[in-house]
Design a binder for this molecule. Structure first.
Ligand SMILES: [Zn+2]
Length: 279
């Protein structure tokens, strides 16, 4: 898909499964189960979508999925599935890891930064040797000192190696990191999660990240139980979803398996997604 001189593709690192109740917070199961049918272990299937962006001669990867540094117990819990996974999809688009200039993590939960690193001789090392990795400074600090509540979401092997290699580019607040690529801090899911806004040629697309991970999360109250600050999620969802509807931007979803991109329309007081095909 093209936005003026900016080109982007939506790639995926396959799917994984999380508890359906945790994914929909206070929403009763009979309601969310219609939107996202659970498996026999009450888990729903989520995609891990990434953006591959080319702009101004730069190659940018947003989100790096869950990676492959997993033991058997976790593989069973999260049921990672799907091939080709992210590195193979990059190769299919003619991109070698050493050609990536910037890697953006909207935040450092394991399903957003797994392929930041790969294990070589038992040790995790950056997969993208020439890239600067971009995240909010507060998120990297939090990743080192998570609370008892979100500790399971942070795996140091996904973010510590880039400190050793000096590859982190830590930002504070909103920042344009390349022409037409803006990172926008949108707290709620945690203190420093970011959305990504792409613009060019008079058009705009916005990756909502975990503000609204799937189209099922478009209704205002459908907020993940995982969120540390759900009332802040609520405020930011209202703000950004209304903006997307009003300005007719393309909405991009980080975890929706079926609908990766959509136009959002207001119908009878509800926001509905009209899927748009993006390769
Ligand atoms: Zn998250």
């Amino acid at each position: 898909m093209r936005l003026g001189d900016l080109e982007f593709h939506i790639l995926t690192d396959g799917t994984f499964r999380l508890d359906g109740g945790a994914m929909f917070g206070v929403i009763p199961r009979p309601m969310w189960a219609r939107a996202a049918p659970p498996d026999e272990r009450n888990r729903i299937v989520l995609s891990m979508n990434s953006l591959l962006i080319r702009t101004a001669g730069k190659c940018i990867l947003v989100e790096t999925g869950a990676g492959d540094k997993w033991d058997d117990k976790r593989r069973d819990i999260y049921a990672f599935e799907g091939a080709p996974r992210l590195p193979d999809q990059l190769a299919a688009h003619g991109v070698r890891p050493d050609q990536v200039d910037l890697v953006v993590n909207t935040h450092l939960h394991f399903d957003h930064c797994g392929w930041n690193t790969q294990r070589i001789n038992g040790e995790a090392a950056p997969l993208f040797p020439n890239a600067r990795y971009v995240v909010q400074r507060g998120e990297l600090e939090h990743a080192h000192h998570p609370s008892e509540r979100d500790r399971a979401s942070y795996l140091p092997e996904n973010f510590a190696p880039m400190e050793k290699s000096g590859q982190w580019w830590l930002i504070e607040g909103d920042q344009e990191i390349a022409p037409g690529v803006e990172l926008i801090r949108a707290p709620g899911h945690n203190a420093d999660m970011m959305c990504v806004r792409l613009s060019g040629g008079g058009q705009t697309a916005m990756l909502l990240g975990d503000l609204a991970p799937t189209t099922a999360h478009l209704p205002t109250a459908w907020i993940m139980g995982f969120d540390l600050y759900p009332m802040t999620t609520l405020e930011n969802k209202k703000k950004w979803i209304a903006e997307i509807v009003r300005r007719d931007w393309l909405a991009l979803f980080a975890h929706d398996r079926a609908v990766r991109a959509a136009r959002l329309r207001e119908k009878d007081g509800k926001v509905v997604a009209e899927p748009v095909a993006v390769d």
